[in-house]
Design a protein around this ligand. Structure first.
Ligand code: KG4
Ligand code: ZN
Length: 332
């Protein structure tokens, strides 16, 4: 079965073709980061308009690179939510109308389900069940994954998401938006012993997180220190060490508590090399998406859609989007 995946939940337009016999055939992505950068964050209206401009050329691109025609598509999956309502509507209405005109089934998939299945595109890929650490710009969650659509939330952030904390601290350090990857590069030059930032909720018995205090501590530190390059690198290092220690410690605790053997890390922050190094060094059986599929993309939506179709998902007549949508709600 050949499935077209369309992702438009935030500031990336992603389109991909996934074949259930041959795997991912092609994917194409347009990032709006450069467009939003001058505003210091995503401007929803600009995001929606840009998705409209990009989606058709990206579809043409994936068809051409996989040597497929529109008529060969067997099903379409779009991101229904969570995300920006206007941005989601572009992918949803485009996917639904394309499906209608081709006479092919259409389903909406959960963006976070896409993220947490994205390591299945990598080799080796994890078998079910596993614990997933989902760390993106909008979410930080530990989830028990028994199988497709069988998700139990184990813990989550009580305030800022990990990616959001990276982005806000990066902004303080003058690294632009979104600054997670830039902060991580700067941290490589930092001295780990110069500053120490708090590890929020490290010792709490639950599997929840809190990052807003860490961000405030970083702000206080930035204000107190000189603004030279080495100091900024040292602060970046202290921030990254703190957040990574909490993420690693809670993930290992979740694996221990769940009795499961495997950990999957997904979402934009799973691209962080310090996080990957620390988790790998812990000796646990851990899986990540390929770097290109850590942040938002169409491939993970095509994969999630294909798996849903194979499990007999019921196609939709119309379409809808959900700006807010708990992953547990889609558990079967
Ligand atoms: O999954 P994603 O594309 O968006 C959401 O669905 O929210 O994740 C984007 C987030 C941003 O906050 C970005 O700063 C962060 O992932 N990010 C990183 C790295 N690469 C991307 N954070 C830390 N280290 C990185 N290398
Ligand atoms: Zn995402």
């Amino acid at each position: 079965m050949l499935v077209l995946g369309i992702e438009t939940s935030c500031d990336e337009t992603g389109v991909a073709l996934f074949d259930t016999d041959h795997g991912l055939l092609s994917h194409a992505l347009h990032s709006q980061i450069a467009m939003h950068r001058e505003y210091g964050g995503v401007v929803p209206e600009l995001a929606s308009r840009d998705h409209i401009r990009r989606v058709v050329p990206l579809l043409r691109e994936v068809l051409a690179s996989s040597k497929k025609s529109l008529g060969e598509i067997d099903g379409i999956a779009y991101t229904r939510g969570p995300g920006l309502a206007g941005a989601l509507l572009v992918g949803a209405s485009f996917g639904a109308s394309l499906g209608f005109s081709l006479g092919k089934p259409v389903i909406g998939v959960h963006h976070l389900e896409g993220h947490l299945l994205s390591p299945l595109l990598a080799r080796p890929s994890p078998d079910f069940p596993f614990v997933a650490l989902l760390v993106s710009g909008g979410h930080t969650q530990l989830i028990r994954v028994e199988g497709l659509g069988r998700y139990t939330l184990l813990g989550e952030t009580l305030d800022d998401a990990a990616g959001e904390a990276f982005d806000k601290t990066a902004k303080l350090l003058g690294l632009g938006y979104p600054g997670g990857a830039a902060l991580s590069r700067l941290a490589e030059k930092g001295d780990p012993s110069r500053f120490h930032l708090p590890r929020p909720m490290l010792k709490s018995r639950d599997l929840d997180f809190s990052f807003s205090g860490l961000k405030t501590a970083a702000l206080t530190l930035v204000r107190k220190q000189d603004d030279d390059e080495q100091t900024r690198a040292d602060i970046a290092r202290a921030f990254q060490d703190a957040i990574v220690e909490v993420l690693v410690s809670k993930s290992l605790k979740a694996v221990r508590k769940s009795g499961l053997k495997r950990l999957v890390v997904a979402g934009g922050v799973s691209a962080n090399s310090e996080l990957r190094n620390r988790l790998t060094a812990s000796g646990i059986d851990v899986y990540y998406p390929d770097f290109q599929y850590c942040t938002d993309n169409g491939a993970m939506i095509a994969l999630a859609g294909a798996m849903r179709f194979m499990e007999g998902a019921i196609p939709e007549n119309g379409f809808d989007v959900r700006a807010r949508w708990d992953l547990e709600f889609i558990s079967s």
